[in-house]
Design a protein around this ligand. Structure first.
Ligand code: GBH
Length: 441
C-alpha cells in the first residue's frame, strides 16, 4: 500500500496548520459572472501558452467546489488556501461564489485562507500604474467586509517577484511585457498594494494577515568573485527586494533609487508589521556571472543581457518541470531568514511547496513532499518559528504558460471529463495528517 507511512514524519507542534493551496485562475474556469483578467487576454494570443490552452473551464471548480471541499475534508487538512479573483469580485454577484465556498469550507471544518491577488488582474488595470495599488485596497475592503466574519487568515499577494519577473520583465506570463529592469515599478506598486491592503484588512478588523512570497537559496556557481557578485545580485533581485521592504521597511542598497514615487513614504506603508510571513518554496537557484548568451533554467529562458546567468544544479533528481529536488534548501532558506531578519521575522508559514509529475501512482511526489516536510521540521528544531505547511496543489490545474502539461495535484484531473481521482500522494498526505493527530506514545 503506497500510502503506508513506514517511517512517520516527525511530530509538529500542536496547532501547526496543515493545508493545501490553489488559485482562482488555475482552477475555477470563467463560468458565473466574471470580467476578463489579463490572463484571459494573454491566453487568447497565439503562442503564449504551450499547448494553446486557456483557463476558460480549467478544473471547473466554479461548478464543482462542493466536490472539491469534500476532497479536502476527506484529506483531513486543517486549512485550504484559495485565491479570490478580483475580476470576479468586480462583477455583479461575483462575491457570492466565495460566500458559498467559504460556507462550504466552514461546514466541512476546513479553515479558509484567502489570497487576495494571484496574478489575475482585471483587464484595464496595470501594475505599472501607481493607482492600481489604491484600487487593490478598495477591492480588498469589499472582500473583507463580505467574508471577514468567516475568513480568519489573509494573504495579500502571491509572489510579486514572479509576477514582476515573468509577467513584466521577461514577458512569459500575462501581461506579457518584456521590460527587463524597467519592470521594477510593477514590483514597487505591488509592494505598495500589499501595504495598503494590510491597512485595509486591519481597518476591517482582520487580525491574521500575511503575504506569500517565493523564495529559494541562491547558490553561487563558484568562489570566483564574478560568480559571487552575480549570485548576490540575483538574491537581491528575487529574494531580498520582496522580503526586505515587507519585513524591515527598507529596500536593499541601491534598489530604492530605481523605484518611482516617494519611496520613503511608501516604505512605511509597505513595512506595516505582519502577523505571519508566507514562503512559497520550490528549489534553490545556482547562479553565476553572465555567459554572453541566453541561459535556460527550469524551462525559463533568461536573456544574455542580464547581469547573471542561471546554471544547472547537478546531481539531483529533476521534477517533470526540470526543477531540481533539494529538500535541505528549505531548511537553509528558513534558518538564513531567521539569521538575516531576526526579531523582524514573524512566524513563518510555508504557503506553497510541491512538484510536477505525471501519473496516479506518484511515488516521486511522495518522496519530494516527505523530504520537504522533514526539512521543515529540521528548521523548527533549529529554532525557526514555523506555523504551517501548504502543499501546492490540491488539483492538477492550469499551470500558466505550461497549460495543462504540468501536473502538481494530489488529485488527478481528467481535463476531458473534469473527473477527479486522488493520487497515491493524496493517500500519503492523509496518513501524515492522521499521524500528526494521533495521541503521543
Ligand atoms: C508558483 O510559482 C505559483 O504561485 C503557482 O501559481 C504555480 O502553479 C506553482 O508555483 C507551480 O509553478 O530554478 O529551475 O529550480 C512558482 C515560482 C517557479 C519560483 C520555480 C522558483 C525555481 C525554478 N517558482 N522556480 S528552478
Amino acid at each position: 500500500d503506497p500510502s503506508t507511512v513506514t517511517n512517520p514524519v516527525p511530530r509538529f507542534p500542536d496547532g501547526f496548520l496543515w493545508g493545501v493551496s490553489t488559485s482562482a485562475h488555475q482552477i475555477e474556469g470563467a463560468a458565473g459572472t466574471r470580467g476578463p483578467s489579463v490572463w484571459d487576454v494573454f491566453t487568447s494570443e497565439p503562442g503564449r501558452v504551450k499547448d494553446g490552452s486557456t483557463a476558460a473551464v480549467a478544473c471547473d471548480h466554479y461548478h464543482r467546489y462542493r466536490e472539491d471541499v469534500a476532497l479536502l475534508a476527506d484529506l483531513g487538512v486543517d486549512a485550504y488556501r484559495f485565491s479570490v479573483s478580483w475580476p470576479r469580485v468586480d462583477s455583479p454577484g461575483g462575491l457570492g461564489f466565495y460566500d458559498r465556498l467559504v460556507d462550504e469550507l466552514c461546514a466541512a471544518g476546513v479553515r479558509p485562507v484567502a489570497t487576495l491577488f494571484h496574478w489575475d488582474l482585471p483587464v484595464g488595470l496595470d501594475w505599472l500604474e501607481r493607482d492600481t495599488a489604491s484600487r487593490f485596497a478598495e477591492y480588498v475592503t469589499r472582500v473583507a467586509d463580505r467574508l471577514g466574519d468567516r475568513v480568519g487568515k489573509w494573504i495579500t499577494l502571491n509572489e510579486p517577484a514572479e509576477h514582476t519577473l515573468l509577467g513584466h520583465a521577461l514577458g512569459v506570463h500575462a501581461p506579457g511585457r518584456k521590460l527587463l529592469f524597467d519592470a521594477l515599478p510593477a514590483a514597487h506598486h505591488q509592494l505598495l498594494a500589499h501595504g495598503l491592503a494590510v491597512r485595509a484588512l486591519r481597518a476591517c478588523g482582520a487580525g491574521d494577515v500575511g503575504i506569500a512570497n517565493s523564495h529559494g537559496p541562491t547558490w553561487p556557481a563558484s568562489d570566483d568573485p564574478a560568480d559571487l557578485e552575480a549570485a548576490e545580485f540575483y538574491d537581491v533581485l528575487l529574494n531580498r527586494l520582496f522580503a526586505d521592504p515587507v519585513l524591515t521597511g527598507r529596500y536593499p542598497d541601491g534598489i530604492g533609487e530605481l523605484m518611482p514615487g516617494d519611496v520613503r513614504a511608501d516604505l512605511e506603508i509597505i513595512g506595516e508589521p505582519l502577523d505571519w510571513y508566507g514562503v512559497n518554496y520550490y528549489a534553490p537557484a545556482r547562479v553565476g556571472a553572465p555567459q554572453g548568451a541566453e541561459t535556460e533554467s527550469g524551462g525559463l529562458a533568461l536573456p544574455a543581457e542580464l547581469p547573471f546567468s542561471v546554471r544547472e544544479i547537478e546531481g539531483r533528481p529533476l521534477t517533470d518541470f526540470g526543477w531540481p529536488v533539494v529538500p535541505e534548501g528549505l531548511t537553509e532558506l528558513l534558518t538564513g531568514f531567521r539569521d538575516r531578519y531576526g526579531d523582524r521575522l514573524p512566524p513563518v508559514v510555508i504557503t506553497e511547496n510541491g512538484c510536477s509529475y505525471e501519473g496516479l501512482d506518484d511515488q516521486d511526489r511522495i518522496t519530494y513532499l516527505d523530504g520537504h516536510v522533514r526539512a521543515l521540521h529540521r528548521a523548527l528544531e533549529a529554532g525557526v518559528d514555523v506555523r504551517g505547511y501548504f502543499v501546492w496543489s490540491l488539483l492538477d490545474n492550469f499551470e500558466w504558460a505550461e497549460g495543462y502539461g504540468r501536473r502538481f495535484g494530489l488529485v488527478h484531473v481528467d481535463f476531458a471529463t473534469r473527473e477527479r481521482t486522488p493520487k497515491a500522494s493524496y493517500g500519503w498526505f492523509r496518513e501524515v495528517l492522521r499521524g500528526q493527530r494521533r495521541p503521543p506514545g
